[in-house]
Design a protein around this ligand. Sequence first.
Ligand code: 0WE
Length: 283
Amino acid sequence: MTASESPPADTSPGSPASGGLLAGRRGLIVGVANKRSLAWGIARRAHSEGAELAFTFQGDALERRVRPLAESIGSAIVEPLDVTDDAQIEAIFSTLAERWGRLDFLVHSVAFANREDLLGRTVDTSRAGFATALDISCYSLIALTRAAEPLMTDGGSVIAMTYYGATKATPNYNVMGIAKAALEASIRYLAVDLGPKNIRVHGISAGPVRTLAASGVSGMRGMLKVMPERAPLGRNITVDDVGATAAYLLSDLSAGTTGGIHFVDAGFNITAMRHPDRAAKGS
Ligand code: 0WE
C-alpha cells in the first residue's frame, strides 16, 4: 500500500488520535476552573493524544464550569474534590478503581493562598494563612499521589504546576512562593519514592497566563508586558504550550525523565535582564 492509500491520521483538536502519544491512557485532571485554566490546556491536549480523562471540581460554581468542558471531550467521570478533605480524596480514587481499575497519570493544577497574603509583605503572613497555602498548594500533591499510587500498576506519570516565584522572590507572590518551593521539593522526594514503580513525577513551571487564578493579581498586567521584552522567545506563553509539554511528560517520550522542573516560560528564567536591543516599548 502506498502512502496515498493510508487514511489520514485524525489529529484535529478534540479528536482522540488512536495513534496519539497517550492512546489508551487514563488520567485524572485536578484543577480545571474554566476554559482558560492551565489544567484545561493539558486536558485538551491529552484528549487529542488519545487519553481518556476524569475531572474533579470544587463547589457548585466550578461544577457548572467543569461538567460541560468534561462532556465536550467525552469524559464520563466528573466528581467533587476538596483537596483538604481526606475522605473526598479517598472517594475519587475509589471511583477510579471501580470504573477504570487502573490509572496512568495524574495532573495537579491546584493552588490557593488567602488574597491578603498575596499583597504587601511576606513577613506579615499569619500562621493560619501559611497553613492554608501549604495545605492546598503543596500537601495536596502528596496526598493525591499517595492515593494514585496503588492504581498506577503499570507505571505512571504525575505532573504538578509550579512558578518561578518558588526560587526567585517575586513581588506579591509571597507565601505562594514558599508553597511552590515546598511543592518543587515534594516533586523530587515523590520521584525518589515512586521511581522503583516506574511512576515519574514532574513539575511544569509556567510563565504568567491570564487565568482565573491570575485574575485580580496586582501586577499581572506588568508581568505580561515584561515577559516578551525579556524572554528569549519574545512572547508570552499559552495554555497550549503547557499542554504540549505536559503531553510529553505524561507520555513514553519522557520515559527516562523524573523529578525535574520543566520551564514553559519562553526562556525567561535563563536570563538575568532584558537585552538592551530588545527595547521596552515606550522607553
Ligand atoms: O500560582 C499562581 C496563582 C496562585 C493563586 C492565586 C490566587 C488569586 C486569588 C493562589 N491563591 C490565590 N488566592 C486568591 O484569592 N500563579 C503563578 C499566578 C500568579 O499569582 C500571583 C502572581 C502570579 C504570576 C500573585 C502575585 C504575584 C504574581
